[in-house]
Design a protein around this ligand. Structure first.
Ligand SMILES: Cc1cc2nc3c(=O)[nH]c(=O)nc-3n(C[C@H](O)[C@H](O)[C@H](O)COP(=O)(O)OP(=O)(O)OC[C@H]3O[C@@H](n4cnc5c(N)ncnc54)[C@H](O)[C@@H]3O)c2cc1C
Length: 346
């Protein structure tokens, strides 16, 4: 096993990896530029029930609510996918990071408040893990293939009483490449956001256009944030003694930009590769597991670029009973598994 392991970045990817390492008897060094783990502006995190159960630690304190499905709005029409059972959990991401941080802090060599630059990173011996987000200095330092596709996001939090069990997703010219959302955060707050392919416009302007076009008014936001989501996996995510994970590797779901469920799926492979000191295991197994799923999700995302295309897709899916099938048998993270379950009706 590697004598030294350095994780750069204590976002959800770095923290989850460190927690899994500790559970496997490995003690990494963790470097985080924030002085306090609570700093920053984490979005709320919607994760499938399956991903929540795969987190591998008790995250109950971070749960803000549950979702049973989604309303999809396009061209002023609404399509509903609603299950009788809970399909997703809404997590307070700051709380989630805090729980993970508490559990790793005394079992790792932790350096907080230090931003590592390229020279410092090159000077590290042993295994280097880039968990440093979509602008990854680790990836740049070691010449990994670039991420070319990004979604720009703008989101706002409002005090807004609600009883919602569904998330609302809106597809329009204001959200080419992703969608806009209204998501309940418990029953007293909501998060409203928008994602747009970086080639098509300014997320804040599109956010305003979205509210106007859809006649939505939630009052004055408490907080507003802009951020980006990588929308393309790097062609490689291991090289010599360097491994990338999370947004640093571009590992998000093409249909939603969600990163946490992907992390829970790939984590066992990262741990196996690290234990065996053979990083290619991680890349090969992740690619094998997710190749088909990523291909299908990328195909579906093509429809997001045109509201009419999306409208006809949903209309067609509705007419052949696919939306009903998704309501009954759908799995949020996997279209391939969802289709299999619809066909087998279980
Ligand atoms: C608006 C929005 C909504 C989202 N909604 C969801 C959702 O509902 N569900 C979901 O699963 N995902 C969601 N995502 C995606 C999810 O937030 C990301 O995939 C996830 O945060 C990636 O985690 P990460 O640890 O890889 O990167 P980050 O969270 O970016 O963490 C990187 C960490 O590295 C640190 N760092 C960076 N450089 C250095 C350095 N040189 N030295 C030291 N430290 C460094 C940073 O300070 C940071 O703490 C959303 C994203 C956005 C923008």
């Amino acid at each position: 096993m590697y004598k030294e392991i350095h994780i750069i970045g204590a976002g959800v990817a770095g923290l989850l990896l460190a927690n899994n390492m500790i559970n496997n008897g490995i003690k990494p060094n963790v470097y985080e530029q924030k002085k306090d783990i609570k700093e920053g502006n984490e979005p709320s995190g919607i994760v499938s029930i399956e991903a929540y159960n795969r987190l591998g630690f008790d995250a109950r304190e971070a749960v803000m609510g549950s979702l049973y499905g989604a309303r999809l709005h396009v061209n002023k029409k609404t399509f509903i996918i609603e299950s009788k059972e809970k399909r997703a959990i809404v997590l307070d991401r700051t709380k989630l990071n805090e729980i993970l941080f508490k559990s790793i802090k005394d079992k790792t060599n932790l350096v907080m408040g230090k931003r590592l630059d390229s020279n410092a990173i090159k000077g590290l011996k042993g295994l280097i893990v880039g968990a440093d987000g979509y602008t990854s200095i680790v990836a740049n330092t070691f010449g990994f293939p670039p991420i070319n596709r990004f979604i720009l996001t703008y989101r706002a939090e409002y005090d807004f009483k609600n009883n919602e069990k569904l998330v609302d997703l809106y597809f329009g010219e204001y959200s080419k490449g992703l969608f806009a959302w209204v998501s309940p955060e418990g029953n007293k707050e909501i998060e409203v956001g928008i994602g747009i392919d970086s080639r098509y416009g300014n997320a804040k302007k599109m956010f305003e256009r979205f509210l106007k076009e859809e006649n939505l008014d939630f009052g004055k936001p408490k907080k507003e944030y802009a951020y980006a989501i990588p929308m393309e996996w790097r062609k490689r995510f291991v090289k010599d003694n360097v491994l990338l994970i999370g947004d640093a590797a571009g590992q998000t779901k093409p249909i939603s930009g969600g990163g946490i469920s992907m992390l829970t799926k790939i984590m066992p492979f990262a741990i196996e590769a690290i234990k065996k000191e053979k990083l290619s295991i991680y890349e090969n197994k992740v690619k094998k597991l997710l190749k088909k799923e990523l291909f299908i999700q990328n195909r579906v995302r093509w429809y997001y670029y045109s509201k009419n295309r999306m409208y006809y897709l949903l209309k067609f899916a509705n007419s052949i009973g696919l939306l009903n099938g998704l309501s009954k048998y759908g799995i949020m993270d996997s279209l391939t598994t969802s289709f299999k379950r619809i066909i087998l009706r279980r």
